[in-house]
Structures are given as C-alpha cells and as structure tokens.
Design a protein around this ligand. Structure first.
Ligand SMILES: C[S@@+](CC[C@H](N)C(=O)[O-])C[C@H]1O[C@@H](n2cnc3c(N)ncnc32)[C@H](O)[C@@H]1O
Length: 239
C-alpha cells in the first residue's frame, strides 16, 4: 500500500475546506503551526508560509516520508496524548483524519488546546451515516466499517467532534461537515480506493464477494448511479 498516495488523495477531498478554515483561523499571520498526526506530510507539505511548521507522529516510517514531502517542517516522534511542547507554544494546532485513530480523542484535543491558541480538526468521518446507492452496494459499507473497527479506528467519531471540542475547553468558532456534492472521482482515485478496500478486506471477506462488489460499483459508476457519502466533520475553535 502506498500510504502517501492514499493520504494525498484524502487531502484532495478536503482541500477547499482546508483553504477556507486556514484562512478563517489566520494561518498566514501565524508564526508557529503544528500538525498533530502529520503522517507522510500530505497536508503539511502543501503549506507554504513563512511560519515555523512542526509535525508530530507516532510512526517513524511516516516521519521518514514526511521529511521528504514536507522538508521545511520540524518533525518529532511523539504521542498526541502527551505533546512534547510547552503551553501556548503554537498559534495553530491542527489535525486531519487523526482523531478517529487515537485511543482518547478528548485527551488529544486537550493537549492541542494546551499547546495552541487555535485548534482545527479536519475530516472526522461518521460511518453510521454512510449512504451507499444502489442498494446492492450496502454490504460494502458494512465491510469497510468493520475493517476500520478491526484496525482500531472509531469510524463513528465524527458526530462526537463538536461535543469533544466543548469538553476539551475549546470555544467552537465553526463546525459542520465537508460538502462533497457534485464531486466526481477520477478513474485513478477509484482505482486507489479499491486498492485500499481490497487490502482492508483480504482474509475477512471472500475474494469472490469483493470482486462482485467491485463490478457492481464499476457498473453503477458507469451508469452515473453510484452514490457514496460519508458525512465527514470538521471543527475549529479558540482556547
Ligand atoms: C490517517 S493518517 C493521517 C495522516 C495525515 N494527517 C494526513 O491526513 O495525511 C493518521 C496518522 O496519525 C498517526 N497517529 C495515530 N495515532 C497517533 C498518536 N497517538 N500520536 C501521534 N500520531 C498518531 C498515524 O501514525 C498516522 O500517520
């Protein structure tokens, strides 16, 4: 699995929202900015401002990649539950597709609120509200939700994001879901997504069933009838 390609793809989905939120939060005027759970640098590598950029991740492999893709950032291996920074040392701390993966999202948000004046959480899905059309593709949604649970994620966290901000003492300035209407996925994106699905489901769902679902998906897509919607939440606020 090429994780950087996957993260780049996810970063494309949220690019417009990110641009909007970063502007609202005053990114260009910031002097110190932190991404928590920076992964391979798909998002951090896209930020080109004079500010000092920092990234934190647990995985050494991701940080090796991040050094390539976000060369100007200072990178640190650390656990988001206990950030190695002093209070209020950043203007902005943000995360992107992170909180669903951590053991205690409230503790992570508390840490982000401790180290930064502004906190942005982008892209936290809620698979409870996933919509698959046509109906024949519903099992795919269930299989993917199970795969995320097996991998240790909380695929339903998105709908708790605003409440968790509140509990972390962050004053919400804006919250909502990513608007995806009218967004068409390219063939390349579709293939990348299926690479992820096939990897995630291998050994858990018979391959003949996976391939049948893939054909149904391709056919529905060809007829312009495919709907796949996973409400994906964001929030930003001040501490
Ligand atoms: C889905 S990836 C997203 C990466 C990046 N934010 C992006 O959107 O491209 C989640 C990242 O969070 C990191 N991560 C998970 N739990 C973490 C923790 N407790 N502390 C720090 N990083 C963590 C993972 O190693 C992974 O790189």
């Amino acid at each position: 699995m090429n994780w950087h390609a996957r993260y780049l793809q996810q970063a494309v989905w949220t690019r417009d929202l990110r641009t909007y939120l970063f502007e609202k939060a005053g990114l260009t005027a910031a002097s110190r900015v932190l991404e928590v759970g920076c992964g391979t640098g798909a998002v951090l590598g896209e930020i080109h401002i004079p500010a000092a950029l920092h990234g934190v991740d647990l995985e050494p492999e991701s940080l090796v990649q991040c050094r390539i893709h976000a060369g100007s950032a200072s990178l640190t291996r650390a656990d988001a539950h206990s950030l190695p920074y002093s209070d209020r040392s950043f203007d902005i701390a943000f995360c992107h597709f992170l909180l669903l993966w951590v053991e205690n999202p409230l503790q992570v948000l508390r840490e982000m609120a401790r180290v930064a004046r502004t906190v942005i959480a982008l892209a936290e899905p809620d698979y409870n509200q996933r919509v698959d059309e046509p109906d024949t593709l519903k099992p795919l949604g269930e299989w993917q939700t199970q795969a995320l649970l097996r991998q240790g994620a909380d695929p339903f966290f998105g709908c708790e994001l605003a409440e968790t901000f509140h509990q972390a003492g962050i004053r919400i300035q804006e919250t909502g879901t990513l608007q995806q209407s009218g967004m068409k996925r390219s063939l390349e994106e579709w293939k990348n997504e299926w690479d992820v699905i096939e990897t995630d489901l291998a050994g858990f769902v018979p391959s003949v069933d996976i391939q049948r679902m893939k054909s149904l998906d391709e056919e529905a897509r060809g007829r312009g009838e495919r709907i796949l919607h996973v409400p994906t939440y964001f929030a930003w606020g001040k501490t």
